[in-house]
Design a protein around this ligand. Structure first.
Ligand code: ADP
Length: 464
């Protein structure tokens, strides 16, 4: 049974982990899709901005300047690096008006979030028939920002890549003659944008999906936890019931066996003829009968909970009450080596208790001290009055109760197990009954114990 429960728990947890992993994978996929569609949506929205005639004319100014510089380069007046430097300077000079216009157009489409934009040059190649001359990129730099804002490439993406061919006339002068050669220039550019806060925008768009997933997962975890807890409880109840049946069978067997022997004895003429033997046997029958009655009463009384118990309270003086209780208990126990130290508080306190139930409750504790005590049992009963609380402390020097059992000894049918050995008789109902009676008196009961040292029960009841 225990193995089955463990396997079930492991299988459930493994399934839960697998389900969570699949859920995580699906969410990651959904996230990628949302991100893609969000980026696409942004790209579509801004695709027409740079076709604006005003922006085009600014770009044309840069192109014109570049062609002049390329002519100078071909005439060996300037180097490739100088062409790029001049291109950058030209870009810088027109950038402000370009960006003002760009921002105006961007505001007009009202995206609802901020973006940063840059246009980068990726290559300039000059063709002369079959020959070509790469002006850019140089070995050092792969791209150069000519227009827009300067930002890191991380998290940005290319909205548009463009490749344009333009012809330009290149004039050379040799001695008195002037030659005009037409060259082709190929320009490659890319438009890059960075969407600010794109992560939080995508997450916001996925919020309902994320919330539902988390709630579902929590629900499944809760359901699993509840089912496993129920299963363990059921298992515990089954064990407790089996224990109880074993205990009660054991408890009933002894008086029944004694009764059977006694009834056989009563048939014996020798016993019948001796008045003493006859009375003795009848006393045994009587005692066993009382014991059986007590057992049945114990089971019946314990089927009631604290709120079902109807108390009939009397006013008793604590000293008298405890003195009588101790005297009666001493008489009823057969253990010879028993000493009871009476430390009942000297001042007289009037207690309002149901004497029958309360006495039975205290007797259960005292009987346990003897049952689970050693050969020389010493019990101390101490009482005190602190503000409106009356404290009854009953300590013994017995075998003690392990820490893990202490919280359970007040549970119905709970008995501390010593393997499978039940050397001490009991049904596990005594302390349950005691706690129910203390609760019915609006009181509290706690236990402090150390194995092999002893046990102390502390009962507090309110004094009005
Ligand atoms: P029962 O005595 O019938 O088993 P109880 O409800 O009276 O049932 O006690 C529950 C368990 O608590 C007992 O089985 C015993 O192991 C433990 N116990 C109770 N009182 C003491 C004590 N004074 N010393 C050691 N163990 C105790």
């Amino acid at each position: 049974m225990k193995n089955k429960v463990t396997i079930l728990i492991i299988a459930s947890i493994a399934t839960l982990i697998a389900l969570s992993a699949i859920q995580g994978y699906l969410i990651e996929n959904a996230y990628q899709l949302k991100k893609k569609s969000f980026i696409q949506e942004t790209d579509d929205a801004i695709s027409d901005i740079d076709n604006h005639p005003e922006l085009d004319s600014i770009v044309d100014v840069i192109g014109e300047d570049l062609r002049t510089n390329l002519g100078d380069y071909k005439n060996n007046r300037i180097s490739k690096a100088e062409v790029i430097r001049k291109l950058r300077i030209k870009g810088d000079s027109v950038n402000q008006s370009y960006m003002e216009r760009y921002t105006k157009e961007l505001n007009a489409i009202n995206l609802g979030y901020k973006i940063r934009y840059k246009r980068q040059l990726t290559s300039i190649i000059v063709y002369n028939g079959q020959e070509y001359d790469t002006i850019f990129p140089s070995a050092k730099k792969q791209s150069l920002t000519i227009l827009g804002e300067n930002f890191e490439d991380e998290n940005s993406h290319v909205v548009k890549s463009a490749r344009t061919f333009t012809e330009f006339d290149f004039i050379t002068q040799e001695r008195d003659s002037v030659f005009t050669t037409t060259l082709d220039v190929e320009l490659k550019t890319k438009d890059v944008i960075l969407i600010m806060d794109w992560k939080s925008i995508v997450f916001r768009r996925m919020a309902s999906l994320l919330i539902i997933s988390v709630l579902l997962l929590l629900f499944v975890v809760g359901l699993l936890y509840y089912s496993i807890k129920n299963l363990i409880n059921q298992k515990k109840i089954t064990e407790i019931k089996t224990d109880f049946i074993n205990n009660i069978t054991h408890e009933l067997k002894t008086p029944l066996a004694t009764l059977s022997v006694a009834s056989k004895s009563l048939k014996n003429t020798e016993i019948r003829n001796s008045t003493e033997a006859f009375d003795n046997t009848l006393n045994i029958v009587d005692r066993q009968n009382t014991r059986l009655q007590k057992l049945i009463d114990q089971v019946l009384t314990n089927s009631l909970s604290a709120k079902d118990i109807i108390l009939s309270k009397d006013a008793v003086v604590d000293n008298d009450y405890f003195n009588d209780l101790i005297a009666d208990f001493k008489l009823s126990t057969q253990q010879r080596e028993l000493s009871i130290i009476n430390k009942v508080c000297p001042e007289e306190v009037l207690l309002r208790i149901d004497t029958f139930h309360f006495t039975t409750a205290l007797l259960n504790i005292l009987e346990n001290a003897v049952k689970y005590g050693n050969d020389q049992t010493e019990i101390t009963i101490e009482t005190s009055l602190k503000s409106n609380e009356y404290y009854i402390t009953i300590s013994d020097n017995g075998q003690g109760i392990a820490a893990q059992d202490q919280s359970q000894i007040f549970d119905k049918f709970y008995r501390v197990s010593h393997g499978n050995v039940h050397d001490v008789k009991g049904l596990g109902l005594g302390l349950y009954y005691t706690s129910q009676i203390v609760n019915a008196h609006q009181g509290k009961i706690t236990v402090q114990s150390e194995l092999k040292e002893g046990t102390t029960f502390i009962i507090t009841i309110p004094i009005n």
